[in-house]
Design a binder for this molecule. Structure first.
Ligand SMILES: *[C@@H]1O[C@H](CO)[C@@H](O)[C@H](O)[C@H]1NC(C)=O
Ligand SMILES: *[C@@H]1O[C@H](CO)[C@@H](O)[C@H](O)[C@H]1NC(C)=O
Ligand SMILES: *[C@@H]1O[C@H](CO)[C@@H](O)[C@H](O)[C@H]1NC(C)=O
Ligand SMILES: *[C@@H]1O[C@H](CO)[C@@H](O)[C@H](O)[C@H]1NC(C)=O
Length: 300
């Protein structure tokens, strides 16, 4: 565990980041036929690597998170625990050319708070990447200031941060540089109708629709990053848009029953969930099961 309080970056909590692509919660493309039925039979690895074995996850909480520390913990608990679920095991069938599939575990290796070193109005993916590099160079994400080329960097913007595409074109997206892959997630509470799934809009499993929605967004982006970290593996280029695994089971043309599978209710909270991780409950999107050509929460 690292702990530091120098400069703009303050470590808050530590346990145990293609082509830029927009992944709106609601839809990535505007087609009338679901992606799974269009491409389910032809989906294959274009030859690139997938992220196998342990994948370290580095979280940069950007902006003002001082009153949201429980939410940060909930978010990191999900990441640290999700790879032991049947949901995650569905990713094993996504292999590289040597037959190595996505196994996990995911491990939150480090997390930092950056109160806003590059301002609170973010313009584009270049700034997102720079913020991640700043965090790496600060030494708070790794003792040696090294980029982890096989890790996943998560830039999670707080509720005081605005971004040129967040809330208008996406709720989160994944992308990469030559050296690392990452996802950006905006604070879903900023535009609740756009970025919080309707079924957890008012009541959510962890009594924070914004953080529970961030987990749902993560459950999409992590599928893309694990199976297509550099936009050369499990992806389809279609008419200028990149379609990745997470896009198969999400979108305005995908019925809720496929998007989220069979959901349950926590009666006392009136909250909907579909996955238990440790002692917490979450709403994740389904994963495309290549073998059975279905969107599933679990293969078994
Ligand atoms: C999506 O398709 C609908 C109906 O075909 C159309 O009205 C709408 O403008 C399209 N949206 C985008 C973002 O292209
Ligand atoms: C951060 O948020 C807290 C709680 O919302 C607030 O009290 C504090 O003033 C904010 N800090 C800054 C630097 O804006
Ligand atoms: C490809 O994109 C162009 C321009 O956005 C659009 O007019 C065309 O219908 C698209 N084709 C397909 C197959 O989606
Ligand atoms: C429970 O949630 C649903 C929608 O999620 C809402 O329509 C209903 O009014 C809620 N019930 C209570 C008792 O709050």
């Amino acid at each position: 565990m690292l702990l530091s309080t120098l400069g703009a970056l303050i470590v808050s909590s530590l346990a145990g980041l293609s082509v830029a692509q927009d992944d709106q919660l609601s839809t990535v493309t505007n087609q009338s036929t679901p992606i799974a039925s269009l491409y389910g039979d032809s989906f294959k690895n274009a030859g690139g690597k997938v992220l196998t074995e342990q994948v370290n996850v580095y979280v940069v909480f950007y902006g003002n998170w001082t009153s949201l520390q429980d939410e940060q913990t909930t978010f990191m608990n999900f990441i640290d625990g999700v790879s032991s679920t049947q949901w995650f095991s569905t990713l094993r069938q996504y292999t590289d050319s040597d037959g190595h599939g996505v196994t996990g575990p995911l491990n939150v290796a480090a997390a930092v708070n950056d109160a806003g070193s590059r301002g609170l109005t973010l313009s584009d993916a270049n700034v997102h990447k720079q913020i991640i590099l700043d965090a790496v160079n600060s030494g708070y994400l790794s003792p040696t200031n090294q980029i982890d080329p096989n890790g996943i960097y998560v830039l999670f913007a707080g509720n005081d941060v605005s971004d040129s595409e967040f809330c208008t074109r996406n709720c989160g997206y994944n992308s990469h540089s030559d050296q690392f892959q990452y996802m950006f997630i905006g604070y879903p509470g900023t535009c609740t109708d756009y970025c919080i799934p309707p079924m957890i809009h008012d009541y959510s499993p962890n009594e924070s629709p914004a953080i529970d929605a961030a987990v749902t967004i993560f459950s999409h982006e992590v599928q893309d990053l694990l199976t297509d970290p550099r936009n050369d593996a499990w992806m389809i280029q279609q008419n200028g848009t990149t379609i990745e695994l997470g896009d198969f089971c999400a979108g305005s043309d995908v019925p809720d029953g496929e998007w989220y599978g069979t959901v349950n209710k926590i009666e006392e909270k009136n909250a909907t969930y579909n996955l238990e991780v440790g002692n917490q409950k979450f709403l994740v999107q389904t994963i495309f099961d290549l073998e059975n050509k279905k969107c599933v929460l679990s293969k078994s």
